[in-house]
Write a protein that binds this ligand. Structure first.
Ligand SMILES: NC(=O)c1ccc[n+]([C@@H]2O[C@H](COP(=O)([O-])OP(=O)(O)OC[C@H]3O[C@@H](n4cnc5c(N)ncnc54)[C@H](OP(=O)(O)O)[C@@H]3O)[C@@H](O)[C@H]2O)c1
Length: 250
């Protein structure tokens, strides 16, 4: 496991802009971001999921709204992921509960397009992720709904939005590298469909004992049948541990 102390993380943050633009194998952060940076440099697609959770696998308190589970360095990490992708995807549950902006603010880099999966048109017109700020904003839905203010809607046949079909749509829009940022239902559907190349699980050293669960898949019949990705782990300054899972390399 690779530990990053606070000074190290900050120092690396200073060189982040250079790293995100130019491969640098000597930078200790390189292994974490190399898959996305290399995919971009080589024009390859990549779908990465991320989730922040407690030691007991909770992503939020029951009915929790926008309270962050992980520490500041983990948020920097999440913003770095956003800066490396073409589009960030969330489900409408997260948009309604947390009202995230989904922009790059805690690091340098350009904000990706924002994509909200809203099959039945529950999204509020005033949601912060729909604010016009230069980034494309796209709602994928199965109903006839428009938002104005330059927000694009893409209609799919319902009732389910099929992950592979969503990704095909995004590629057609020019989005080859995609971050599935949550919440747990959205992430679980992409994971269950085998639609993720990588998964970043950020574990905070806290125990909630109740609250909303993280990834949930169809009932497992054996431990032997579990997904066992090749995984590297990194300790962040506040004690969060990042598990970087390569789902294409069991
Ligand atoms: N810790 C973290 O990293 C993190 C990240 C994000 C969110 N959260 C927390 O997670 C909670 C929200 O969880 P959630 O699982 O409800 O959020 P979510 O995954 O953002 O939203 C789920 C909803 O999105 C729609 N959806 C997503 N994928 C779909 C698909 N393939 N087909 C059809 N509909 C799809 C459905 O909407 P309909 O219900 O309208 O059908 C579904 O109920 C909040 O408390 C938030 O704070 C935590």
């Amino acid at each position: 496991m690779t530990p990053f102390d606070a000074a190290h993380w900050t120092r690396e943050a200073e060189s982040w802009a250079a790293l995100s633009a130019t491969p640098d194998r000597d930078n200790p952060l390189w292994p974490i971001y190399a898959p996305l940076i290399s995919a971009k440099a080589e024009g390859r697609g990549m779908v990465i999921g991320q989730i922040g959770q407690t030691l007991d696998g909770r992503v939020a308190t029951e009915g929790g709204r926008g309270e962050v589970i992980n520490g500041a360095a983990a948020i920097v990490h999440l913003h770095r992921l956003r800066a490396l992708v073409d589009a960030v995807v969330i489900g409408v549950g997260t948009a309604l509960a947390d009202d995230p902006r989904l922009t790059v603010r805690n690091t340098s880099g350009q904000s990706p397009a924002r994509v909200i999966l809203d099959p039945t048109g529950r999204l509020n017109d005033a949601a912060l992720c729909l604010v016009a700020d230069g980034a494309r904003r796209i709602v994928v839905t199965t109903v006839d709904r428009s938002f104005g203010n330059g927000v694009e809607t893409i209609r799919h046949a319902g009732p389910e939005l099929v992950p592979a079909a969503i990704l095909e749509t995004l590629v057609r829009q020019g989005f080859d590298r995609v971050l599935i940022e949550g919440g747990p239902k959205t992430l679980s559907r992409f994971l269950a469909a085998g639609a993720l190349d990588r998964l970043h699980v950020m574990i905070a050293p806290i125990i909630l004992g109740s609250g909303q669960p993280g990834v949930q898949l169809p009932t497992a019949v054996s431990i032997a049948g579990a997904i066992k990705p090749a995984t590297a782990s990194y300790v962040l300054p506040e004690g969060d541990v990042l598990f970087d899972c390569d789902l294409r390399r069991p």
